[in-house]
Design a protein around this ligand. Sequence first.
Ligand code: UD1
Ligand code: CA
Length: 458
Amino acid sequence: MAEVVGVVLAAGKGTRMKSALPKVLHPLLGRPMAEYALRAVEAATNARPVVVIGHQAERVRQGLGPDRARYVVQDPPLGTGDAVRRTRGVLEGRVRTVLVTNGDMPLLRAETLRALLEAHAAHDGPITLLTVVADDPRGFGRIVRDPQGRVQAIVEEAHATPEQKAIRELNVGVYAFDAEWLWPALEALPLSPKGEYYLTDTVALAVAQGRAVHALVLEDPTEAVGVNTRVHLAEAAAVLQQRIVRRWMLEGVTFVDPRRVYVEDTATIGRDTVVWPDTYLLGDTHIGPECDIGPNAYLRDTHIGARCRVFASVLEQARVEDEVDIGPYGHLRKGAHLARGVHMGNFGEVKNAYLGPGVKMGHFSYIGDATIEAGVNIGAGTITCNYDGQRKHPTYIGPGAFIGSDTMLVAPVRIGEGARTGAGSVVTKDVPPYTLAVGVPARVIRRLPRPEPPSEEP
Ligand code: UD1
Ligand code: CA
């Protein structure tokens, strides 16, 4: 029997989002909102969670991933108590403790869920719930305690008396239940005046049986922020972003203005790197130490080595080795690979191409489907004409070649080691090593001296 399994409630409609997209799929820093609850629950329980879906069930299942969790369908939605009851079939007899949370509460931390489970294990009552003390009730259920401070019931705002409405301790909607106690209790829930079965009514049931209900009060109230509207969505995103940026600052990264960046939690950043405002670090992006990134840098799924500088540029699915500088206005696209010490100045675009160590490409160039060897100088305005309208063709430029300004390299084409092209040439045929080609179409007009081979040491 498993010790504990998490149940994530996600069958509700999310009407207040005013969206065709199910609420729990709304992206929050690059992930569907419910993914945060799934990860917290998984980390706290070491078990695959069960997700209760209903509204647009198939879309939610696909959006989160069919293998991401075990899914149970609740249709029609008859309340939170009914939602948990639907998991009985997959959980009864297989688990000692059921941890329940909501798909629309992305800020709850795994540590908090762990603390709740520890508190639950420390007493023999059938329920331990998470509460928060706050001035703004946000429509949450109120925690009713007796004069001795013992939890008596949860009253939903819609059914609360004026005195109960004034209670500042609120139900977060996260609970640990003894499974054996829970299943029959769910069958015994009363129908609410709204025609739903409230999970919150399990509290009064336990109390009526003379069992104790314990509450753990949240230390950090921001964890209880539930997302019901797009205003809440933005609030949640801001809190998550603060957590991520703070984590990297404590790891030795400088953020010039921590509020003006967008960093997904999949990105990693090396020590003594400085991140300037209006920088986006998305997906599988990794930045080495001592870099200067931004202002205005957009990096997606990109790996960057040490001591690089990226200024006002867009990098997507690219790989950049150490000591490279890019920008302003560089664009690395899928498959761009810049080796150590490359300099890529303004208005350069590189796609599916390797630029070897020390390549210089200062101004207004497009390099696509190409291999450029070490030390090549790419003159201003150089273009690889890699597309003939039907197919893409490769370009090769040998080590130390010098490509004159405004050269058109009509692929497939090879420029030999140490070769040069004249300004404005249109190269349609291979240029042999150590020759100079000029004109339209380019012709070889001269041989160039080869460098002395390095002398043998005696
Ligand atoms: C619920 C609690 C309330 C608590 C609040 C905290 C109940 C009756 N009330 O209220 O005390 O303060 O959460 O956020 O539980 N859901 C289903 N199936 C349903 C109904 C809801 O799966 O039939 C899911 C929703 O998708 C959502 C969660 O359960 O993820 C909570 O439902 P919601 O309707 O938002 O409850 P609240 O009114 O917020
Ligand atoms: Ca809610």
